[in-house]
Design a protein around this ligand. Structure first.
Ligand code: ADP
Length: 275
């Protein structure tokens, strides 16, 4: 508690006493701490590619490495890759920040789940072909209210992870089905359940929740080796939660991962009782 003391005096200027107002600042401190932690993680994440770019430019500008030599080309590639990583990081940080502050408004309209799966598959086909991975979809014509572009963003983010963490020759299956789910411990609601199943390296049980937090990865080398930012799943969770839904993963280590997200569908009281 922070105390704020104010002296009280009469109109004639005689001291009457002191008034103390206590303010519970626990929450303010907690928010401050989360903010500071976030800034320190972000600075650390940004510093790595910046240091690489700085080092590369230094080598070239001091003439220690000739730009046209093969070592020079290697150094230039490092600087270019680090710049791309920096851009990805800044974009993802800004995107997440805007989503969490509610500055990105969802544009909801009636969308078709089968259509969403097809668009996501089209967008990821090139990446899948390049890595020799097969994409399979099991579409169902379910219609619901959602921001279609954001739904596709969640699907393609999850598919891109599935591709990154699977070996060539494996298959990724996307499916959708209608279900009843209790979202807030109250009445079960009709919802649309999406599933992205891969045959990749899997996720250890103790990491299945933490990977949805910002910058959390199963292995510290994942971002460097696979080019990710560690923000993709946090962005997915934010989008799904803004639709009132939930997202989670089930996985068997070294066998498969299955990412699910379920979006509640508003249906009338009448229809609900008919089910
Ligand atoms: P990144 O940009 O690193 O992919 P994400 O937030 O999308 O960040 O994912 C966080 C981490 O979760 C990944 O770095 C990886 O360790 C793990 N992960 C995500 N998807 C999968 C998957 N399909 N299979 C195995 N591990 C995964």
């Amino acid at each position: 508690i922070a105390w704020n003391n104010t002296r009280l005096q009469s109109l004639q200027g005689d001291a009457l006493g002191t008034m103390s107002i206590g303010e519970d600042i626990t929450e303010r401190y907690a928010i401050e701490r989360i903010k500071n932690e976030f800034i320190s993680v972000v600075s650390h994440e940004l510093r790595t590619p910046l240091t690489a770019i700085h080092g590369a430019l230094n080598l070239l500008s001091t003439g220690l490495v000739a730009p046209e030599s093969s070592r020079g080309q290697h150094v230039i590639n490092i600087a270019a890759e680090s710049t791309e990583r920096l851009v990805r990081l800044v974009n993802d940080i800004l995107e997440l920040e805007r989503l969490e502050c509610g500055r990105i408004k969802l544009v909801k309209h009636c969308v078709n789940a089968a259509q969403l799966l097809r668009v996501a598959q089209d967008q990821m086909q090139v990446m899948a072909n390049r890595t020799g991975i097969k994409l399979e979809i099991l579409p169902q014509d379910l219609e619901f209210e959602a921001d279609g572009d954001r739904m596709i963003q969640v699907l393609t983010n999850l598919m891109s992870n599935a591709i990154k963490f699977s070996d060539s020759g494996s298959t990724i299956k996307l499916s959708v089905e209608a279900e009843w789910r209790t979202f807030d411990g109250e009445t079960p609601m009709a919802s649309v359940l999406f599933c992205i199943r891969d045959q990749g390296r899997g996720i250890p049980p103790e990491k299945m929740e933490s990977i949805f937090e910002r910058f959390q990865q199963v292995d510290a080398s994942d971002s460097r080796q696979k080019g990710g930012t560690g923000l993709g799943l946090a962005i997915c969770r934010s989008i799904v939660e803004q639709h009132g839904g939930i997202i989670w993963v089930e996985s068997v280590l070294d066998q498969e991962s299955c990412f699910y997200f379920s979006i509640p569908v508003k249906i009338s009281e009448e229809n609900y009782h008919e089910q």
